[in-house]
Design a protein around this ligand. Structure first.
Ligand SMILES: NC(=O)c1ccc[n+]([C@@H]2O[C@H](COP(=O)([O-])OP(=O)(O)OC[C@H]3O[C@@H](n4cnc5c(N)ncnc54)[C@H](O)[C@@H]3O)[C@@H](O)[C@H]2O)c1
Length: 251
């Protein structure tokens, strides 16, 4: 098994990509701390994992809360004795809203959940990983983290921000053998996409380019890429921004 004796926090674990990561990690031997604001969804994923013989606990809460960020890392260490892996996956979309329609509330919510929460959760994780002199952090960014035309203004800015954060963590903590990488998924079939109610102007601008996108991926196709980056197989891979997009960015 590729994550034997590893403990891992996965945020957004009740949803599409996060649920797939949590199940795959548990199958590969990891002890998982499953985190999400959706407590009910989280419970059903944890039940599924434990019934299949895997190890997982549910720790529900809002990623934008600093107290919850601290609680997650404390729970990982008190339950499993250490923290090897952090997957910053929880995130929200901005309904493709172009800047002229962005209200301050939308901007603040997207930044709090997509950037500030993951940053302060990573801060807590890094403290533990520095002591251990080992660790692997993966940010789930987006093609909107490297391209301008994949979402609205707030989401695009937020996903570019975590790419920078991943590189900063990779550089600062390399002496402690903490690796940090980002993945940039293309279009993945999850509630984030299927539940989208797009902004009118955003959709008008976006629509002609939809034909350039390849087929939607299943969440598991992103989870396998993250598994590689999280595992010791990627021991010399850090500071990398990996597209998981079936060449959509190459168009
Ligand atoms: N689906 C795509 O096409 C796609 C493409 C590129 C990047 N992404 C990124 O992948 C990640 C996972 O998205 P997904 O597609 O699985 O979406 P999803 O909506 O299925 O899952 C996101 C999860 O995050 C949780 N969440 C939302 N706000 C939260 C908060 N405040 N605190 C804690 N948890 C919260 C949700 O409850 C949900 O379970 C996101 O960061 C998203 O931006 C998705």
């Amino acid at each position: 098994m590729r994550l034997e004796n590893k403990s891992a926090i996965v945020t957004g674990a009740a949803g599409g990509i996060g649920a797939a990561i949590s199940k795959l990690f548990a199958k590969e031997g990891a002890s998982v701390v499953a985190a999400d604001i959706n407590a009910e969804g989280l419970d059903s994923i944890v039940t599924e994992i434990t019934e299949a013989g895997g190890k997982a606990i549910a720790v529900p809460g809002d990623i934008a809360s600093e107290a919850y960020n601290k609680e997650l890392v404390e729970k990982a260490v008190s339950t499993y004795g250490k923290l090897d892996i952090l997957i910053n996956n929880a995130g929200i979309l901005d309904n493709l809203t172009p800047l002229h329609d962005v209200e301050k509330d939308l901007w603040d919510r997207v930044m709090a959940i997509n950037v500030t929460g993951p940053a302060f959760l990573s801060k807590e994780a890094v403290k533990v990983m520095k002591e251990q002199k080992s660790g692997s952090i993966v940010f789930v960014s987006s093609l909107a983290g490297v391209n301008g035309g994949r979402a609205g203004a707030s989401y695009t800015a937020s996903k570019h921000a975590v790419v920078g954060l991943a590189r900063s963590i990779a550089w600062f903590y390399e002496p402690y053998d903490i690796r940090c990488n980002a993945v940039c998924p293309g279009g993945i079939l999850t509630p984030l996409v299927t539940g989208l109610t797009p902004n009118d102007d955003g959709m008008k601008r976006y629509e002609p380019y939809l034909d350039t996108s390849p087929r939607f991926a299943e969440p598991e196709e992103v989870a396998t890429a993250i598994l590689f980056l999280a595992s010791d197989e990627a021991s010399y891979v850090s500071g990398v921004v990996m597209n998981v997009d079936k060449a959509w960015a190459s168009y």
